[in-house]
Design a protein around this ligand. Sequence first.
Ligand SMILES: *[C@@H]1O[C@H](CO)[C@@H](O)[C@H](O)[C@H]1NC(C)=O
Ligand SMILES: *[C@@H]1O[C@H](CO)[C@@H](O)[C@H](O)[C@H]1NC(C)=O
Ligand SMILES: *[C@@H]1O[C@H](CO)[C@@H](O)[C@H](O)[C@H]1NC(C)=O
Ligand SMILES: *[C@@H]1O[C@H](CO)[C@@H](O)[C@H](O)[C@H]1NC(C)=O
Ligand SMILES: *[C@@H]1O[C@H](CO)[C@@H](O)[C@H](O)[C@H]1NC(C)=O
Ligand SMILES: *[C@@H]1O[C@H](CO)[C@@H](O)[C@H](O)[C@H]1NC(C)=O
Length: 429
Amino acid sequence: MKMLFLTICLTFLLFGVSNTLDNGLADAPPMGWMHWQRFRCVIDCETYPDECVSEQLFRNMADLMVSEGYLEAGYEYIIVDDCWASKKRALNGSLVADPVRFPNGIKALADYVHSKGLKFGLYGDYGNLTCAGYPGSIDHMELDVNTFAAWGVDYIKLDGCYADQETMEQGYAEYGRYMNETGRPMVYSCSWPAYQEPFNIKPNYHALRKTCNLWRNWDDIDDSWESVSSIVTWFVKNQDRIAPFSGPGHWNDPDMLIIGNYGLTVPQAKAQMTIWSIMSAPLIMSNDLRAIDEEYKKILLNRDAIAINQDYLGKIGKQVLVKKKVAVWTKVIMPNISGHPSYAVGIVSNRTDGFAYKVDFPLKDLNLDAPHGYFVQNVFEDQADFDIPSNGSISMRIIPTGGVLLKLTPRMKYSEIQIIQSEITVDKI
Ligand SMILES: *[C@@H]1O[C@H](CO)[C@@H](O)[C@H](O)[C@H]1NC(C)=O
Ligand SMILES: *[C@@H]1O[C@H](CO)[C@@H](O)[C@H](O)[C@H]1NC(C)=O
Ligand SMILES: *[C@@H]1O[C@H](CO)[C@@H](O)[C@H](O)[C@H]1NC(C)=O
Ligand SMILES: *[C@@H]1O[C@H](CO)[C@@H](O)[C@H](O)[C@H]1NC(C)=O
Ligand SMILES: *[C@@H]1O[C@H](CO)[C@@H](O)[C@H](O)[C@H]1NC(C)=O
Ligand SMILES: *[C@@H]1O[C@H](CO)[C@@H](O)[C@H](O)[C@H]1NC(C)=O
């Protein structure tokens, strides 16, 4: 009997914990900055000396991540996307950085980023070529992973251009094994579902969760509300299928935050931050940190929105109700008071007819059932907190295509104050 028990325990130890990637990273959705949406593949440093994809750009952004308070708020990764490499590998086969734009090489840049207390991410591609035509890793996977590790990379984004969709599940896993074998903890951001979902190939989400820390499910984001809205539409349509695979260590990724660029109004920026926080999406900004208006910066640095995104439970919120083209999203968060969880509630309008109509959402229609109602904090507005009784409603006027993020904490009778912490220790036998 004892032997049998021991065997079962050992089996669990060997196989039971292996259905998710176990590299100890991304317990909460990763936060950082990546150049792609804002700076694309701008390599003409004569015309755009301050904006071309170059060592100087990343050094500038690293400085601002710290001096403007982004690091302190949780944004820790500086990620170099496509177009950093030389078009030709070195004679020994290694990837090398473009010698003009990265005169000191990638390791020196990673060292600089680390010296600021930040972490460093780098882009590669699983296929023959990167999306912009730089060398891909398909025939050099182990070498490239080892090179990245030697340079001090902390986060790898592996894209999927010029590759065969059918081989991705295995190929990305192989690349991940090389990452593990380097012994250097590196976040693994995969792109393979974004090359399968649009072609109606259903990615194996069990394999994704086992292989990657995060994965791009769908289209690249562009700098417009239409782009945000179409991505959100896809995630809502597929939320019941994909949400179960997202959680601590392994996240769905609807792509970058475009807040602070040309494309979103302030209310739309609040809507993106609201939905990304509730979906537990990675918060990877792509913007020019030298030129962000104060109102947008406040949204990106909003402590309560970030806390909702990074909540310890790592639950995935969903869209639960739509009324008059206004959608309500809910996510379970801490604290859990007298057995009733708190909630983040997002309300996002998709109206375009120019008037902010009042919409009422009774708590009971949202399955929010704390017996004494909730204390409600309006995350993006100061001094706009209020109470709702248990039989009450959330009543809001939302600016067309704007969003409001609320934090609802159960109210309690003084006599029964008792905060129930959720299970803190994960029992691995
Ligand atoms: C390969 O060549 C590059 C460029 O000359 C060099 O930086 C790198 O250290 C070499 N790699 C190995 C493994 O020798
Ligand atoms: C990758 O390159 C190989 C060898 O040139 C070629 O056979 C294959 O079709 C290419 N695959 C893709 C998806 O471009
Ligand atoms: C490699 O994988 C093992 C088993 O999942 C894990 O314990 C270890 O932390 C991983 N190492 C790295 C560097 O990812
Ligand atoms: C908003 O409305 C547009 C136009 O009807 C629609 O295409 C889009 O999917 C909607 N977006 C969301 C997030 O529901
Ligand atoms: C909240 O606490 C109750 C009572 O301990 C528990 O049953 C419930 O699962 C908790 N909810 C969450 C989301 O942790
Ligand atoms: C909610 O309950 C209170 C107290 O029982 C009652 O006075 C109030 O009319 C109720 N409100 C609604 C909207 O039913």
